[in-house]
Design a protein around this ligand. Structure first.
Ligand code: HEM
Length: 461
């Protein structure tokens, strides 16, 4: 009996340690990713503005480049400041994971730091301050290099993440360490490309909505109106293209990968508790009741899921009942809601952007107040969609840290107590709250000041 109580105590302690390790990582990475998700997409829009300037010599495009570059720089700085602690967390909170898989994830993470991050940060200074020195053509090239750096950075991080979702090209040594035996396989991982393109398109959704939202704000507040029109038009065009790409083909391909490589995750994401032999319905609304293994108050359309997934209306999709409970994702409700919020918001984004483009083509967008208000109000929602997208990926992988090979519990640092992790988590929350307020203050100042104010009312947009 004594031994049982001791064992129970140890298990509870381990669970508590793991819980705080996961909470700390979730909090720091959620906050961190608010910044790169804007900068990656925004770098493309900035390059577009500079390219338009080179083509048309319309000064407004150059002022737009400068304005968004300021916003980019502030977000980039926040991304760096909040990204560095995460690298340390690998060592402090996830020491076992780093020790065993360092031979693989160390490669891509080091390349990210050495090549992409350095490329991006070195050229950022030149782009911000070197326009006169470089001339406009080289200024454009510098902007392009910043974009390549930031997209390459995303690629290498997603290559690392894809290896955790679908491990390839590895070998496990006798001491339990993973080593890479096929470097190419790491970059040809079938998980990688759909995930990368989905993520980059999602980043472009965020930046397009921010550009369009600030444009709408300028028009509604009658400040910098000509810039407002330019931003709105650009944001709507980029926003529609990226919102569609996020759904088809990238979201669709990614879902097909999940069903192929992680069928139990797919069942939980879609809320399929019981296998339906004659084709699965798609659930539009419903609340998972994990205890009784059912969905409450559901609205579903029969057979659509089987068709979307396999192109066959009657194809069976495995439900959670086909897998041992020990292999089920640990937070089925969280995973289900995260996935449905992401997809639901994606549908709203496409709808709003289609209506906005329609009004733009009719020449009525700038006067349609309800659309301007909606676009302004929508600005935070792509951030929510990106965050829930990442929650889908991360909760979906549980209980694995490296899918099918290493449990999350096996990767945590065995000697860091839950008290320590909770204490530093509270520290992070306090510090990031201050940082967040400072960021909002500075960004508010930049937006309030607006792009360089010259009379452009005669320019055609
Ligand atoms: C509209 C339909 C959409 C579909 C079908 C879809 C599908 C998916 C799937 C299947 C995953 C992978 C889950 C896993 O790894 O287990 C995912 C992840 C993700 N989604 Fe979506 N998604 C959609 C919309 C969106 C939107 C609108 C955004 C943001 C604007 C977004 C952002 C993300 C992100 C950031 C990830 C994690 C990174 C990645 O694996 O690329 N998704 N999505």
């Amino acid at each position: 009996m004594g031994k049982f109580v001791e064992l129970h105590k140890q298990t509870t302690l381990m669970e508590e340690m793991l819980f705080y390790d996961r909470m700390q990582f979730a909090f720091t990475i959620t906050f961190h990713y608010l910044f790169p998700q804007l900068t990656m997409g925004l770098s493309l829009i900035i390059v577009y503005f500079k390219w338009k300037y080179l083509k048309t010599k319309n000064e407004q495009y150059n002022h737009a480049t400068h304005f968004w570059m300021k916003i980019f720089a502030l977000n980039f700085a926040m991304g760096v400041v909040t990204g560095i602690p995460m690298e340390f967390q690998f060592g402090t909170n996830w020491a076992k994971f780093s020790e065993l898989t360092g031979g693989i994830i160390g490669q891509t993470l080091a390349m990210e730091g050495m090549f992409s991050f350095f490329l991006e940060s070195s050229f950022l200074g030149l782009f911000l301050f070197g326009e006169k020195l470089l001339g406009h053509k080289w200024h454009f090239v510098t902007g392009l290099l910043i974009m390549i750096g930031s997209w390459a950075s995303g690629y290498l991080i997603i290559a690392t993440h894809s290896w955790m979702q679908n491990p390839v090209g590895y070998e496990i040594l006798e001491n339990g360490k993973f080593v890479l035996n096929n470097f190419q396989a790491l970059f040809l991982n079938p998980w990688l490309w759909p995930s990368y393109l989905h993520n980059q398109a999602a980043s472009l959704v965020t930046s397009s909505f921010v550009v369009a939202g600030i444009g709408a704000f300028y028009i509604l507040s009658q400040k910098n109106v000509s810039f407002g029109k330019l931003f709105l038009k650009t944001g709507v065009i980029f926003g529609l293209i990226s919102s569609v790409i996020v759904a088809v083909p990238t979201g669709d391909l990614l879902a097909k990968n999940v069903v192929k490589y992680q069928p139990v995750t797919f069942a939980a994401m879609e809320g399929i508790f019981h296998t339906e032999k004659k084709g699965s319905e798609i659930v539009l609304i419903g609340q998972p009741d994990v205890k009784d293994k059912k969905l409450d108050n559901k609205i579903a359309v029969p057979n659509i899921l089987s068709f979307l997934t396999y192109g066959n209306w009657e194809q069976e999709i495995k439900g959670l009942d086909q897998f041992e409970e020990d292999l089920h994702p640990t937070n089925i409700s969280g995973l289900y809601y995260a996935y449905h919020i992401m997809v639901g918001l994606g549908t709203v984004f496409i709808g709003l952007m289609v209506i906005s483009l329609f009004q733009l083509i009719r020449g009525k967008l700038f006067e349609t107040k309800w659309i301007l208000w909606s676009l302004m109000f929508m600005m935070p929602f792509p951030y929510i969609a990106n965050t829930t997208g990442w929650y889908t990926a991360e909760l979906g992988r549980q209980p694995w840290l490296v899918y099918n090979l290493m449990r999350t519990a096996a990767g945590a640092s065995p000697t860091v107590s839950s008290g320590n992790t909770l204490f530093t988590l509270l520290g992070f929350i306090g510090l990031y709250l201050l940082l967040g307020m400072l960021f909002l203050l500075l960004i508010g100042k930049i937006i309030n000041k607006g792009p360089h104010n010259v009379d452009l009312s005669s320019e055609k947009i």
